[in-house]
Design a protein around this ligand. Structure first.
Ligand SMILES: *[C@@H]1O[C@H](CO)[C@@H](O)[C@H](O)[C@H]1NC(C)=O
Ligand SMILES: *[C@@H]1O[C@H](CO)[C@@H](O)[C@H](O)[C@H]1NC(C)=O
Ligand SMILES: *[C@@H]1O[C@H](CO)[C@@H](O)[C@H](O)[C@H]1NC(C)=O
Ligand SMILES: *[C@@H]1O[C@H](CO)[C@@H](O)[C@H](O)[C@H]1NC(C)=O
Ligand SMILES: *[C@@H]1O[C@H](CO)[C@@H](O)[C@H](O)[C@H]1NC(C)=O
Length: 335
């Protein structure tokens, strides 16, 4: 009995550290369907999100990037992530996933969505920057790489272009969520984006999900006269997030760390390391303590030992200023 409870305590401690548990104040429930930054096609960036009401996740989910869908859903169902146990992965995708949010057009963020499109339910909307919608339409749904399931072809999906210059949040159909988009640089001038997902009820609790991004100090545009210009999209994003942190509305930030600190700056290819993530987060922390914001580290490149190294570097260099979590496929996160 003693041994058993000791084991339970150890397990609980490990569990709390890896993924935040359900609590009375949980606003969102996130199921990672894939967490890795490339290579392993069964584990690519993909997160399902829904609201939590009285400790119960609602059944209408949105998909934040869709690198891996079907395999991730099979894992999540096996690990009892959903109350609707009787649904298969395909049925869950059809019935419970209401909309897709694609941060940028790279394959590792879009693969699962494209491959599963033939059996998806019609009428769903794909939300993205105009530039990303163009890639989906021109490079995937072009009747050559894949059939055109978009609004100009078989009309399975609608496109909703989100304007990064608009300060309004817009409602996501069939959910109790709103969305606003922000630009990011992923090797400038190639654009990626961040989604601010907010509850439509009075709590306005929010989650910020970022696609791939490089650091502001590295991401630059070389202009026609060879002068350089730094867009500093992250700084602009933190300016907007500051008041939400102050108001205790921002529950979590999903942000990438692709490489460990050993990676030289000239080989970042539009990604972050622990050092660069901390530099960026310190800008946001200058507005307010980050003690109530969960930082979920995404998109770790699946190199040998890389995950452990990144966890160690973030822990050692962050002075306990941040609550980092490291999502795993099929392990839900409550925030
Ligand atoms: C998915 O990728 C993450 C990050 O690279 C890794 O830690 C994890 O073990 C992988 N999960 C599975 C089920 O392969
Ligand atoms: C959450 O639960 C409360 C109390 O039952 C109810 O009034 C409210 O409408 C629910 N909100 C949502 C989004 O379901
Ligand atoms: C989206 O981009 C295309 C191609 O550059 C352009 O023709 C179109 O006007 C843009 N649409 C919006 C809503 O910005
Ligand atoms: C910009 O740099 C390139 C390569 O260094 C050079 O060939 C070109 O002449 C430069 N253009 C101007 C306007 O200086
Ligand atoms: C964190 O949340 C708790 C509980 O809502 C609140 O009392 C505290 O002031 C918050 N901390 C910060 C730094 O906002």
């Amino acid at each position: 009995m003693l041994i058993l409870s000791a084991v339970t305590v150890v397990l609980l401690v490990i569990n709390v550290k890896s993924t935040p548990e359900k609590s009375k104040s949980s606003s969102f429930y996130i199921v990672p369907l894939g967490t890795s930054g490339g290579l392993d096609e069964s584990n690519l960036s993909s997160y399902l999100l829904t609201t939590v009401n009285e400790s119960t996740p609602n059944s209408a989910y949105i998909s934040l990037d869709s690198g891996t869908l079907r395999h991730g859903l099979e894992m999540a169902i096996k690990q009892n992530c959903f109350s609707s146990q009787s649904l298969t992965a395909e049925q869950f995708l059809q019935e419970k996933v209401k909309a897709y949010f694609i941060s940028h057009g790279h394959l590792d963020h879009i693969n699962g969505f494209i491959l599963n499109s033939p059996n998806d339910k019609s009428g769903k909307t794909i939300f993205a920057l105009n530039e990303t919608i163009q890639i989906i339409q021109d490079d995937f749904f072009n009747n050559q790489a894949w059939a055109d399931f978009g609004p100009h072809g078989l009309k399975l999906y609608n496109y909703q272009i989100l304007d990064p210059l608009s300060t309004n949040s817009i409602p996501i159909p069939n959910t109790d969520l709103n969305v606003r988009i922000f630009r990011l640089c992923h090797t400038c001038p190639f654009l990626s984006s961040a989604f601010l997902i907010s509850r439509r009820d009075e709590s306005s609790a929010s989650i910020l999900y970022l696609g791939d991004t490089g650091p502001d100090d590295i991401e630059k545009i070389v202009q026609i006269d060879n002068s350089t210009y730094y867009p500093r999209y992250l700084e602009q994003l933190w300016q907007t997030m500051g008041p939400l942190v102050v108001a205790n509305q921002l529950k979590a930030i999903f942000i990438e760390v692709s490489y460990s600190n050993e990676r030289p700056d000239h080989l970042l290819f539009g990604h972050l390391t622990p050092k660069w993530l901390l530099k960026e987060l310190d800008v946001l922390r200058s507005y307010h303590s980050m003690e109530n914001v969960t930082i979920a580290v995404t998109h770790i490149k699946p190199e040998e030992g890389s995950r452990e190294k990144i966890m160690k570097q973030l822990k050692e260099e962050s002075n306990s200023n941040y609550n980092f979590v490291f999502p795993r496929q099929g392990e839900p996160i409550w925030v």
